[in-house]
Design a protein around this ligand. Structure first.
Ligand SMILES: *Cc1c(COP(=O)(O)O)cnc(C)c1O
Length: 238
């Protein structure tokens, strides 16, 4: 078994254990493998181990990797087709390739970006699945819509064609303290509840990374974004 296959098994076991501990159904917790900085071959190994969804932060890296993965996939007769999620910061001049090459975008945090993605989404690809990124750590984070502006943004996004608002995403300030981790995720879960009370039908809480997945599961995560626990330690060229 490759180390990626092994790591995936370890992560799935940890999800099942935490789900059991907090009374959650593990089938309601999806795993997004965050492959940023890792190679197409690493993605292929994860695909061959049954992992289907992959998250990328940097557009050009992602586009190059998608092509390479496609070649490797055909060569190795791997029948699993990857589903790509964009989870990084979005510049407004880069929305078209995102709309054309991804199934999900987790990092929408302003109306201008949502509008452009909606306009640029090809009809043939079906709805782009959207999470709104929320700034739940205040000053410490620059990305994400402020909680006070979330409802208005959600209502705007909900009205746009060719996109489906699925839920909320957050990257809280890093902390080793489980209580601090849980408090941040609880804020996101409460904001999702508030949207639902306003009639906005969402089903996704994209929260939890390698260092805080148990806290995220405890607070209701439905999609974990896990990188290093699957692929190993990242080495940044930049
Ligand atoms: C890198 C990244 C992750 C994965 O982080 P790990 O600590 O490697 O699990 C998840 N979400 C976002 C937005 C990221 O940028």
């Amino acid at each position: 078994m490759s180390s990626i296959a092994h790591n995936l098994q370890v992560v799935h076991d940890a999800i099942a254990l935490a789900a059991h501990r907090y009374g959650r159904n593990p089938t309601e917790i999806a795993l997004l493998a965050v492959s940023k900085t890792f190679s197409a071959n690493d993605v292929l190994q994860a695909l061959q181990s049954g992992q289907k969804s992959f998250g990328e932060n940097y557009l050009q890296e992602a586009l190059d990797k998608m092509l390479q993965v496609e070649t490797l996939r055909v060569e190795s007769l791997c029948a699993t087709i990857p589903e790509w999620h964009f989870i990084g910061p979005i510049q407004s001049n880069k929305t078209r390739p995102i709309a054309e090459h991804f199934s999900w975008v987790h990092s929408v945090d302003r109306e201008k970006i949502a509008h452009r993605l909606s306009e640029q989404r090809p009809d043939a690809l079906g709805d782009l699945q959207i999470c709104l990124q929320v700034n739940i750590s205040g000053e410490a984070s620059k990305s994400g819509v402020h909680p006070d502006q979330l409802l208005a943004l959600a209502q705007q996004v909900q009205a746009l064609p060719r996109m489906k608002l699925r839920g909320l995403m957050a990257v809280p300030e890093a902390s080793d303290d489980t209580q601090v981790q849980r408090a941040a995720f609880q804020r996101l879960a409460q904001l999702a509840q508030r949207l639902i009370q306003h009639g906005i039908a969402i089903d996704t809480l994209s929260m939890g990374m390698s260092g805080d997945m148990e806290a995220a599961i405890a607070e209701g995560s439905t999609m974990l974004r896990i990188g290093s626990a699957i692929f190993g330690k990242r080495q940044y060229a930049v």
